[in-house]
Ligand binder design. Structure first.
Ligand SMILES: Nc1ncnc2c1ncn2[C@@H]1O[C@H](COP(=O)(O)OP(=O)(O)O)[C@@H](O)[C@H]1O
Ligand SMILES: [Mg+2]
Length: 221
């Protein structure tokens, strides 16, 4: 089982949207996915309520419950856990990072987000966890925002995920319906970007189709 923590001090940078997009991509790829919502605002839990019975499973957890829930998930044959964390200085984000195999740090192209970035980067670095920044809500067809972000991430020695999630209304429309962009508009640019991001995550964590085939064959054999 692999665990991804989605963390960034600044609110409104796309943590919950990234969490749900990856969770749905993993679920559609046939993985057993559990999404954990550690934000007291519970916006991902509410998204799941709007979603109804469709996968992936979403569960609200406190940091106290986290180790037990992760152990149960591993025992239940869960392939991937994605943890959404709250903004600001929280005790939840460090707890999530502590258990993560990969920390994804969504960051919007604005000064307020860039100012918060070093704190989140430090959190990942001090725990020794592999971390990468995901540029979110960037202006489509604008290279300059991307180049500035690339330079800022490089200065912090924070690798940048090559897939960028540009600002597209479909992310917000999808959230309203308890969906994700790739479900609401499968042929959209936003959906392609999520797919590219998911492909990168699979390569980084060495999960995905071939790993699943292997697992299923082992289960049969
Ligand atoms: N790539 C995007 N393009 C357009 N809107 C987005 C995008 N990502 C997130 N949003 C919207 O921005 C707002 C904040 O996103 P959210 O994922 O809730 O951030 P956080 O969890 O970091 O607070 C939400 O209304 C969400 O629908
Ligand atoms: Mg959120």
């Amino acid at each position: 089982m692999k665990t991804i923590a989605i963390a960034m001090q600044k609110g409104g940078v796309g943590k919950s949207t990234l969490t749900r997009s990856i969770a749905v991509a993993a679920s559609k790829a046939g993985m057993n996915v559990l999404t954990l919502d550690m934000d007291a605002q519970q916006s991902t839990t509410q998204w799941a309520d709007r979603r109804g019975d469709q996968l992936p499973l979403v569960r609200f957890v406190t940091e106290i419950e986290l180790p037990k829930v992760l152990k149960q998930a591993a025992e239940a044959g869960c392939d991937l856990v994605i943890i959404d964390t709250p903004p600001a200085r929280s005790t939840e984000a460090p707890a999530a990072v502590e258990y993560a195999d990969l920390v994804l740090v969504p960051c919007t192209p604005d000064i307020e987000a860039y100012e918060q970035l070093p704190r989140t980067e430090r959190l990942a670095r001090t725990t020794g966890k592999p971390a990468a920044a995901v540029l979110t809500m960037a202006q489509p067809n604008s290279r300059s925002e991307e180049e500035i972000a690339r330079a800022i991430f490089a200065e912090l020695k924070l690798p940048m995920v090559p897939a960028i999630l540009h600002r597209f209304k479909v992310h917000r429309d999808a959230s309203r319906d308890g969906q994700t962009a790739q479900e609401l508009e499968p042929d959209s640019k936003a959906a392609q970007e999520i797919q590219a991001l998911w492909d990168w995550v699979c390569a980084e964590l060495q999960i995905g189709t071939s790993a699943l085939v292997h697992k299923k064959m082992r289960a049969k054999g």
